[in-house]
Design a protein around this ligand. Structure first.
Ligand code: UDP
Ligand code: UDP
Length: 461
């Protein structure tokens, strides 16, 4: 804690410790800006270079350029031998490398003069002990849904109660709802998976955190937020601050694909925006079904295609990926790009009428912010849990029988085309999504629930 009594030194200094991947870095950047520009905090953002993906390094560069008040705190990791985990996802490997280096954070925090920490969920169990040694309160930023937070908090109890009874089945979360077996992230069915080990260790240590911030808002996840705040999910749970949707902080796009100009030329709500996030490849076969489905739907579309897990590896040609003649046939009504697009701006554009999304949590919060209906096409991890949130909240439609990664079969072109047509024509859904957009704006405005939660949090720092 600051030692001298003058006003400047009493300003809280929050050190934010994100893990890897845009899904984690984006909400941390947004939190950094919200705390530093709106809540009177000094903020430092722990940065590990080189980043796993190019998108992350560009994002960091743009953030520090646009917000010089956010300080960069370079963190050098200890050497890490990834050969212990052959074939593991590069982002999970970075989580592990950061987890093993956590004790090195101590001196960094002392030198920075931190008054509080907020760390990523993936680092929870290893950062809390470091914060304790430093006498600092350690908060968690949960970058996914409150439903997923409740699963993370309850899963260790579920495993203990089910020990020896076979694999993971439906998980009935107290006070929330039942997450069906088919929606549980793939990795969690394997107790020895690197992700599962981290997830369980972090879930067990959540009760030792000083507080938990979650990037959601009351109207989007009423059951889960209330159950967590009332301590129904796990006993002795710390305060939960629903502070979302965290809003756009910086813009890294140079727009090489001219997508904004293209959108400007399209009629209102006529465009289907299609994106599967920043960190997971969609299989070649599924890409071609999607292409055919979009073509058959007859609608205009803006499609961001990604064919590798890490963007640096992505050298494939669009024409090859999507099948012969596709790009030429749809030239008049489709824009397809492999470039980075500034998604939040795309979703805000009045030409966009539907978001076909993998339902990474940031994408869901961005759709909610813009009031754009979602057609959910989850692929892996927490995305089916998030798709369930989308459907419950009336933000969009999810066909829960559609396959995802690790299951047999692909979603066929005809099914995709029929659903796109149906959702584009669904006026009631459009209204519900728009209402949710209004609720999101109210939540983050002065006097709103999320604004209030963030102010409460800042007071604890
Ligand atoms: N994103 C973007 N442009 C792209 C791809 C992704 O701006 O071309 C952003 C997107 O808006 C979101 C983040 O990257 O903020 C991805 O996070 P999300 O949780 O949606 O999915 P993930 O990439 O972690 O699967
Ligand atoms: N997560 C978690 N505990 C952990 C690590 C991750 O609850 O120890 C959550 C994370 O917030 C996300 C989900 O598990 O909801 C999947 O994590 P991943 O890093 O794959 O998310 P992504 O990078 O796709 O956003």
């Amino acid at each position: 804690m600051p030692s001298s009594g003058d006003a400047a030194s009493r300003r809280p200094h929050v050190v934010l410790i994100p893990s890897a991947g845009m899904g984690h870095l984006v909400p941390f950047g947004r939190l950094a800006v919200a705390l530093s520009s709106g809540h009177g905090c000094d903020v430092s953002l722990v940065t590990v270079l080189p980043t796993v993906s190019t998108a992350e390094s560009k994002h960091l560069e743009a953030l520090f350029d646009a917000f010089p008040a956010v300080r960069r705190l370079d963190f050098e990791l200890a050497p890490f031998d990834a050969s212990e985990f052959p074939g593991a996802d590069p982002f999970f490997l970075r989580f592990e490398a950061m987890r093993r280096s956590a004790p090195l954070l101590g001196p960094l925090l002392t030198d920075a003069g931190a008054s509080a920490l907020a760390t990523d969920i993936a680092l929870t169990s290893v950062v809390i002990p470091v914060a304790k040694e430093q006498g600092l309160p350690c908060h968690i930023l949960f970058t996914a849904s409150a439903a997923m937070l409740s699963l993370c908090a309850y899963f260790p109890t579920y495993l203990d109660a089910n020990a020896g009874r076979g694999g993971v089945g439906d998980v009935d979360i107290p006070g929330v709802y039942r997450i069906p077996k088919a929606s549980i992230p793939q990795a969690l069915h394997d107790p020895n998976h690197l992700f599962t080990r981290q997830f369980v260790a972090n879930g067990r240590s959540l009760t030792s955190a000083a507080g938990i911030l979650v990037n959601t808002f009351d109207a989007l996840e009423p059951e889960a937020v209330t159950a967590l705040q009332q301590g129904k999910v796990a006993s002795g749970f710390p305060p939960v601050f629903a502070v979302g949707p965290l809003l756009l902080a910086s813009n890294q796009a140079k727009d090489p694909a001219n997508y904004m100009e293209w959108l400007d030329a399209q009629p209102a709500r006529s465009v289907v925006y299609v994106s599967f996030g920043s960190r997971k490849a969609v299989s070649g076969e599924q890409l071609r079904e999607l292409a055919a489905g979009l073509e058959a739907s007859g609608h205009r579309f803006l499609w961001v295609v990604k064919s590798t897990v890490v963007d640096r590896d992505d050298a494939a040609e669009l024409g090859e990926l999507l099948g012969e003649g596709f790009l030429e046939r749809v030239e008049k009504r489709g824009l397809v790009t492999k470039a980075w697009v500034e998604q939040e701006e795309v979703l805000k554009h009045e030409a966009v009428g539907l978001f076909v999304s993998h339902c990474g949590w940031n994408s869901v919060t961005e759709a909610a912010t813009s009031g754009v209906p979602v057609l959910a096409l989850p692929r892996f991890g927490d995305q089916r849990v998030n798709s369930g949130v989308v459907a419950r909240a009336g933000l969009g439609v999810w066909v829960d029988s559609w396959s995802w990664e690790g299951e047999e079969g692909v979603i066929g072109a005809e099914e995709i085309s029929e659903k796109v047509k149906a959702v584009m024509g669904d006026e009631a859904l459009r209204r519900k999504a728009a209402n949710l957009g209004e609720a999101a704006a109210k939540a983050v405005a002065g006097g709103g629930s999320s604004h209030h939660c963030l102010a409460e949090f800042a007071r604890l720092c």
